[in-house]
Unconditional design. Sequence first.
Length: 281
Amino acid sequence: MTRTWFITGTSSGFGRLLTEQLLDRGDRVAATLRTPEALDGLRAEHGDRLWVARMDVTDTGEVQRVVDRAFADLGSIDVVVNNAGFGVFSAVEEATDEQIRAVVDTNLLGSIHVVRAVLPHLRAQGHGRILQVSTAGGQTTYPNFSYYHASKWGIEGFCETVAQEIAPFGIGLTILQPGATPTGFGGALASGPVMPEYDDGPAGDVRRSLADGSFVLVNSPEKITGAMIDLIDSGEVPLRLPLGSDTYHHVRRSLVARLEEHDAGREVALSVVRDDLVPSE
């Protein structure tokens, strides 16, 4: 079955790989990115099966215009992939205000802008899938990534809510959680001047492990994008899909620890219920 996909952030990484794989198998792709000329080679090879537009997800008006034009030109879009991302790699005091704003504007607000722009079209056509690219860091945490985590935990909460609201319209939403993968994303991480106060602790340990290669990027980017395609082909609509051995193990460990801590607070939680009400289990 031939499908039409709308993908953000297609200049490199998962967005570029996914675009290439979909075109190779005969699907149509509406690819958006800030530098459209980066896809000139693919356009020459695949012709009108590749629709390209410049779009910065932090520009709300541009997002709306590009989404509207994509649906007008292509007629129907089956899958929307919210992939564009930005990362800040620094301890909490090291990042600049501009870097903090950029990561939130891109990963959280930018993804929200895209979802809000596509939903009227998906509702009108009565079907569609949204794939939100998050990360293992949307459910667990690592030193030096506090602002990245803030944006990813935020978008996961947003998407979990939206998934409930849009299900009656025949629209499915899945949060994708890739683990550490050699896509070039790490080299594009913004950072600030290193503060010795943090370099002597967990933040410095993570920095050094990335620098010396002991932090291994264990997952295959081609297999991850292949799993995204397989998910759509399967027709299944899980709320979350872990993609990577590190994602599976790290997130599971985090969830178990959170549940244990949650259960440890049961007595206190129930003790604050109003006296005229029976505590609920």
